[in-house]
Design a binder for this molecule. Structure first.
Ligand SMILES: Cc1cc2nc3c(=O)[nH]c(=O)nc-3n(C[C@H](O)[C@H](O)[C@H](O)COP(=O)(O)OP(=O)(O)OC[C@H]3O[C@@H](n4cnc5c(N)ncnc54)[C@H](O)[C@@H]3O)c2cc1C
Length: 371
């Protein structure tokens, strides 16, 4: 099989890595890196404390978190992996009653998701011991299975693993794709053309650009997200991810690196410019819990575009009218968690292998329809 994967974010890069484990096939990944959500992402992998009610979404996110250790293990056999660490998640709530409710939910969910790890209520003193950056005035819930992944590093390492397994990476945009006798013809920005038997379109928020011209309405829109990076002198490597009340989280990485974010700017769609005022407000919202952040300087602001559907649910699979053409999009604000399991499910489907997810729960038809 000659397989093309368009889009090298988390979905496309994981799909490329898994597909290249089939050495009999010829796999090419195309990516132009514009506005990529994955590179801008905060990197929180901790879905079990979410109060979203949709069961299919939770099942997807739970399975996504569970897949990470094995995917990183497989990747480590062919390349370096420094992108992922299970450091635990600390979650704050407005009052003790809400925390108690969440502890019950986590305990119940642990029965089907043992990867959640230990569940504990920590006092302000215990929190301070775990994370000296914080000055907490209340208790918080801690789950030890929570992880953080550096989206930039992850896709670099997945792509390195893909190349090590003989995959071909082409850093170019696909300007259009058309069905042809034996599959699909792809037009590249340099004017050249390539033909493939099967195609996976993993272009995130840009899915409508490629599928729309084939006569389809695509229910996907872009949402701007900004995130602030701090390079501190603190020993951050084993600090947990912190989810305070409100929109902004604190995500520590190795060697003093700290992210604060992110914004969810619906009215800004595909805009990729830094808005200093919005970023300042986001960082200030953290001061009550982490006052010393005020003394640190932002070293970089990351801006990315999330893909959303009207009902905020992701979808993936084959478009029935276009046999051999698979898509995935609408991963929203949890795509770092769900991206690898979506990619693996698509590759399992292509190779006729059994998957842990039921693809019929995530079909494209509510989101992609003939005009
Ligand atoms: C600020 C921010 C914070 C986030 N935090 C988290 C988090 O903490 N936890 C979590 O689980 N998720 C988080 N997310 C969500 C997550 O990052 C996304 O849902 C996920 O990365 C989407 O992956 P994707 O592969 O679908 O799309 P993308 O990462 O956007 O990748 C799509 C790629 O396709 C390329 N492309 C598009 N069109 C073409 C074309 N025609 N030809 C070639 N290439 C093309 C683009 O350039 C891009 O590189 C966050 C997102 C943002 C923006």
């Amino acid at each position: 099989m000659k397989l093309a994967i368009i889009g090298g974010g988390i979905v496309g890069s994981s799909a490329a890595f898994y597909a290249s484990q089939h050495p009999e096939d010829d796999v090419t990944l195309f990516d132009d890196e514009t506005g990529q959500a994955t590179r801008a992402a905060a990197g929180i992998i901790s879905p079990w404390l979410s109060q979203r009610r949709n069961k299919n979404w939770y099942n997807l996110a739970k399975s996504g978190a569970a897949l990470y250790p094995s995917m990183i293990n497989e990747l480590s056999k062919v390349t370096e992996t420094t992108c992922y660490r299970q450091v635990g998640t600390l979650l704050f709530k407005k009052n003790q009653a809400l925390l108690d409710k969440l502890i019950n939910l986590a305990t119940e969910r642990k029965q089907e998701a043992p990867e959640i790890g230990d569940i504990a209520l920590l006092s302000p003193e215990q929190i301070k011991e775990k994370m000296p950056l914080l000055t907490p005035h209340s208790s918080a819930l801690f789950v030890s299975g929570g992880a953080r992944v550096d989206g930039r590093l992850l896709i670099e390492q997945l792509q390195a693993g893909f190349i090590a397994q003989n995959g071909t990476l082409i850093k170019q945009r696909i300007t259009s794709l058309t069905p042809c006798d034996n599959g699909y013809r792809l037009n590249l920005t340099d004017g050249s053309t390539q033909t493939f038997d099967k195609v996976i379109v993993a272009t995130g928020a840009w899915l409508p650009e490629l599928i729309g011209p084939l006569g389809f309405e695509v229910d996907v829109r872009g949402q701007k997200g900004q995130l602030a990076h701090f390079q501190t002198k603190q020993n951050t490597t084993n600090w947990p991810v912190v989810m305070p009340q409100g929109e902004s989280d604190i995500i520590p990485f190795d060697n003093g690196s700290l992210l604060i974010g992110a914004t969810h700017e619906n009215d800004q769609n595909y805009d990729l410019t830094v808005d200093n005022q919005v970023v300042a407000e986001m960082v200030e919202s953290i001061y009550p819990l982490a006052p010393s952040i005020e003394n640190e300087t932002i070293s970089e602001v990351r801006v990315g575009t999330r893909a959303y559907t009207s009902d905020f649910l992701p979808f993936f699979g084959e478009i029935p009218e276009l046999p051999g053409l698979l898509v995935a999009s609408g991963l929203g604000s949890s795509g770092l968690t769900t991206g690898p399991i979506i990619a693996k499910t698509l590759i399992d489907w292509l190779y006729g292998e059994v998957s842990v997810l039921q693809p019929e729960n995530y079909t494209t038809s509510p989101y992609i329809f003939k005009k």
